[in-house]
Design a protein around this ligand. Structure first.
Ligand SMILES: [Zn+2]
Length: 710
């Protein structure tokens, strides 16, 4: 059995992975929250009742370790960041309906209730385990207090997570060569008694759950490997003071593991939202059949009766959301997630984002530059599919803002509204052409499909594509020539363009909510652009409106050069500091380059689909001419025959190859590479070569010139 297609008539909740309240937010963090905000707006746009909730993760060792370093209490430390996030998210137009935190009363009570249900339902066992201990200071070393080697892949790992290697969750006692993060002392193992959630109770259930689960491929497929064989029990308690107290009376010395109370905040935050909203039933969303139902057993007849739960998370916490979390919910009589969307990592200028090396673009920094939040939202959601890694580069940011936003959608809406206002004081009295209304209908369908398929990138792109059509439509009809010659035709063309502008506003609202509101206002529309359903894109815009203003401003080259320089300086300073041993901060997001293997960059974690590969047009070619380019140490000007075409290509090949011997060489040419100009020569394609020395790739048999590489 599978889920009904979205939208449904059940209430939905969209959540984002909770940010640890222990540091400033950077563009890597923001990707997940922008995606969540976009998707919840899109769901509402298609008529689904939706709550968008989140909260700060206050507990756990990441907070406790950092607070201890600063010499403050964990609560005080975490609350400061909590307040900061609460202000920061809306500055990026990320508008949660409720933003709580895991240390508040609602979450504490609910968490203890969950655990009591597990105890009642006999899913909890007590076991003796070995836990890491700092013998010198007589302190236990839970989770991130300890680091060492991952027993599965051998990479450096934290106590509870192989963050730089295989991404597995690690149970207490599993990490090898443990040492204390705070004192550097080698840790010893001591025997302690802890509480465990017996995951094997849910083995069969989880199989069925994963078969039903929707969302990104990585979230649906990776967990299959983790639930093969007998599931290990999950240790749910820690020897710590900071956290939610374990509710069982027998062990009041323990607190709950942070990954118990953290996801329960999704439920708590929804409950808080419902408390100040009349018509939102949180129990209908979260509880099975919307009622008290905390039975121990379930049958296989899963029915699609409850609300729609959509989690958007970083891909490093897939196991928590697709294995532990559904078992936790099920064991307490709660509904399961319908879908999990796991985002790829964000790199900076082609390298891993690293806070310790200061190779990061900070949320605050972006805003301080005066950039509009909607530009970032568009850039980060449409650069790549959600589950792929994306690279943040100021150059690419400027290129896309200037090309796609200023040059395309901004230009189209401004031209359309200005022409309409000057010649007709608003929308001309004419019917929309069939071509344009069909085009708008097509965009609406694309939008609806993208919602049903959780295609965040597509949702961000539709309005810009429609504006692209609009620009082409204006060029094709040249209304400025028609005004005198054929006034009837002129008013129809302009009516079309105003209609397209209105459709753009409605379709772009999830990704660029503030810019959409500006167009809505310029059109003289009443109410908020977020209210109407998609069909409104075909309804007539107001007959009168005022003179429009341009939507976007060009990002100047000098600004980008300054930002690049600033980033380079910062990375250089941080690297020096690191060499001096001043910084021992962790990297986050993508695994950092391992300095022991500087010769080989790490393998890309993100996989691409075959469809994406098909976008790469590579052909068998033969170099027919080659001449060195003067003043360029390495560059050669090539003519490459690819059967159907001869291409001029500039390539850096002089390091390894003798220019005179190049003609006659079989090569592989990337034929749909963007054209570039290098040293005054156009380069129309790219020959593939390996490494810094540019060792040319070739074929070994006689494939015909122009044969496609696949
Ligand atoms: Zn590992």
């Amino acid at each position: 059995m599978s889920h009904d297609q979205l939208p449904t008539d059940q209430p939905a909740v969209v959540t984002c992975g909770l940010p640890y309240a222990n540091g400033n937010l950077h563009v890597g963090h923001l990707r997940t929250y922008v995606a969540g905000d976009l998707y919840s707006r899109a769901l509402r746009r298609v008529g689904q009742q939706t709550a968008f909730v989140c909260g700060s993760d206050m507990h756990g060792t990441p907070v406790a370790v950092n607070a201890a370093e600063e010499g403050v209490e964990p609560r005080e430390f975490a609350l400061e960041f909590h307040e900061q996030y609460k202000e920061r998210f809306p500055q990026f137009n990320i508008e949660f309906d409720n933003y709580g935190h895991t240390d508040d009363e609602t979450n504490t009570e609910l968490t203890q209730e969950f655990v009591e249900h597990w105890i009642d339902n006999e899913h909890i066992v007590e076991k003796e385990i070995e836990v890491a201990w700092d013998a010198e200071i007589e302190e236990p070393l839970p989770d991130r207090y300890v680091e060492g080697t991952c027993p599965y892949c051998g990479e450096k790992a934290r106590g509870d997570e192989c963050d730089e290697g295989c991404q597995r969750h690690l149970e207490p006692g599993e990490i090898e060569n443990p040492r204390s993060v705070t004192t550097g002392n080698p840790a010893e193992y001591r025997t302690r008694e802890h509480k465990f959630l017996r995951l094997s109770d849910f083995q069969e259930y989880l199989q069925g759950f994963l078969d039903r689960l929707e969302g990104t491929e990585n979230a649906r497929n990776q967990p299959r490997e983790w639930i093969e064989g007998t599931l290990e029990d999950l240790c749910i308690t820690r020897d710590m003071d900071w956290g939610v107290d374990y509710p069982g009376e027998d062990r009041d010395d323990l607190v709950l593991y942070v990954w118990v109370d953290a996801p329960i905040e999704y439920v708590a935050s929804t409950k808080q939202y419902a408390e100040h909203t009349d018509d939102y039933d949180w129990e209908q969303v979260w509880k099975i059949d919307g009622e008290e139902n905390h039975g121990t057993a379930w049958d296989d007849t899963w029915t699609d009766q409850s609300g729609e739960i959509v989690h958007i998370i970083g891909r490093d916490i897939i196991q928590h959301h697709c294995v532990f979390w559904p078992a936790m919910l099920r064991g307490a009589g709660y509904n399961e997630p319908r879908s999990v969307l796991a985002t790829g990592f964000v790199g900076i200028d082609g390298k891993a984002l690293s806070t310790s090396r200061n190779r990061a673009v900070w949320a605050e920094e972006y805003l301080d530059e005066g950039f509009h939040p909607d530009l970032f939202r568009y850039y980060i959601t449409t650069g790549s599919g959600l589950e792929n890694d994306v690279d943040f580069s100021w150059d690419r940011f400027a290129e896309r803002v200037n090309g796609e936003l200023v040059g395309n959608i901004g230009n189209f809406c401004y031209r359309a509204l200005l022409f309409a206002q000057r010649n007709y004081d608003g929308t001309p009295d004419a019917d929309v052409s069939k071509e344009v209304s069909e085009r708008i209908e097509e965009s609406i369908e694309r939008f609806e499909t993208a919602v049903a398929e959780y295609d965040i990138r597509e949702l961000g792109q539709i309005a810009v594509d429609l504006a692209d059509f609009g620009n082409e439509y204006i060029q094709r009809h040249e209304p400025w020539n028609l005004v005198d010659d054929d006034p009837e035709q002129a008013s129809q063309v302009i009516r079309d363009c105003v209609q397209l502008t209105k459709a753009c506003a409605l379709l772009m609202q999830p990704v660029m909510p503030e810019k959409a509101a500006t167009i809505w206002e310029q059109l003289g529309e009443e109410g908020s652009v977020s209210e109407p359903e998609l069909d409104a894109a075909l309804a007539a815009p107001p007959a009168e409106f005022g003179e429009p203003e341009e939507l976007f401003t060009k990002v100047e080259d000098e600004t980008i050069e300054e930002l690049n320089q600033k980033l380079r300086d910062r990375v250089a300073t941080a690297s020096e500091a690191e060499e001096d041993g001043e910084s021992d901060e962790e990297s986050d997001g993508a695994a950092e380059e391992d300095t022991d293997h500087v010769d080989l960059p790490a393998l890309e974690d993100g996989r691409i689909g075959f469809e994406e590969f098909q976008d790469i047009d590579m052909r068998v070619g033969e170099i027919v001419e080659a001449e060195p380019i003067e003043d360029a140490d390495e560059l050669v000007l090539l003519t490459v025959d690819i059967g159907i075409d001869q291409r001029q290509v500039v390539a850096g090949l002089k390091q390894l190859h003798d220019v005179d011997e190049l003609p006659g060489t079989r090569v592989v040419l990337l034929a749909n590479m963007e054209k570039a100009e290098l040293f005054g020569h156009e380069s129309n394609g790219m020959v593939l070569a390996a490494g810094e020395q540019a060792d040319l790739l070739t074929t070994h048999e006689d494939s015909a010139l122009g044969t496609r590489i696949k």
